[in-house]
Design a protein around this ligand. Structure first.
Ligand code: PGA
Length: 253
């Protein structure tokens, strides 16, 4: 049995102080919550304030990106070792915004995934097709290339420590969501792909989250689908009430 995961991707929102307040509010609201793993991924500058706010809770800290090297002359970059020592347990890798605005390739994603695992960070690996690719019936082809690229040269033992987020690009921040059936179909395809690469036992351990305009109103139905093991939430994760509702819907579904 996979425990559902609800991860908040705060993107480039919240100052240190604002992040502390939101995380403290969530910590209070989610005190009694059991049976779901909650991860908050604030911007780098707020990792330390969020860490303080969630100190005595089950909420976990994650980052939104990282470099694959441990250290070095890479101006503006953050290393996996830095994230680990900042209290992170997870790191989002290959988000579609990084792929499209910062030219991240499957090769970079693979380097980052391998490095995250080496540093005991569980990567949340994002994959998903663009609208024209879906309309051209290329969803599975695109997702297969991204999954195979991200997991290249990984052992089954490494693969089972990862989390996948299926995020159709046309659904991110647009208010358009994949229907639960559409999402479940791609999740099933991803699980089969993982099973053929790493064996069923390993594939069954990997949480596959859905992401793309997840809101309290649509989360129950999405999270109720058999192959949807949680959600990566952007916009709605910036509102404590909305995020709390999504987390509670994950327990009920
Ligand atoms: P959204 O973002 O919930 O605002 O669509 C999801 C994501 O980008 O991870």
């Amino acid at each position: 049995m996979r425990i559902p995961i609800i991860a908040g991707n705060w993107k480039m929102y919240k100052t240190e102080e604002e992040a502390f307040q939101l995380a403290s509010e969530l910590q209070k609201r989610l005190k009694d919550v059991n049976g779901v793993k909650v991860i908050l991924c604030p911007p780098f500058t707020s990792l330390s304030s969020v860490r303080k706010a969630i100190e005595n809770s089950l909420i976990l800290l994650g980052a939104q990106n990282m470099h694959w090297e441990e250290k070095g002359a890479y101006t503006g970059e953050i290393s996996p070792h830095m994230l680990l020592t900042a209290g992170c347990k997870h790191v989002i890798i290959g988000h579609s915004e990084r792929r499209s605005y910062f030219s991240e390739t499957d090769e970079f994603v693979n380097l980052k995934v391998k490095s995250a695992l080496k540093f005991d960070l569980s990567p949340i690996i994002c994959v998903g097709e663009k609208l024209d690719q879906r309309e051209a019936n290329k969803t599975e082809e695109v997702v297969e290339i991204q999954v195979k690229g991200a997991f290249k040269n990984l052992s089954a033992q490494e693969a089972e420590k990862t989390i996948i987020a299926y995020e159709p690009v046309w659904a991110i921040g647009t208010g358009r969501t994949a229907t639960p059936a559409q999402a479940n179909e791609v999740h099933t395809f991803i699980r089969e792909l993982l099973s053929s690469e790493f064996g069923k036992q390993c594939a069954d351990k990997i949480n596959i989250l859905y992401g793309g305009s997840v809101k309290p109103e649509n989360s129950k139905e999405l999270l109720g689908m058999p192959e949807i093991d949680g959600a990566l939430v952007g916009g709605a994760s910036l509102d404590a009430e909305f995020f709390e509702k999504i987390v509670r819907n994950a327990i009920e579904s």
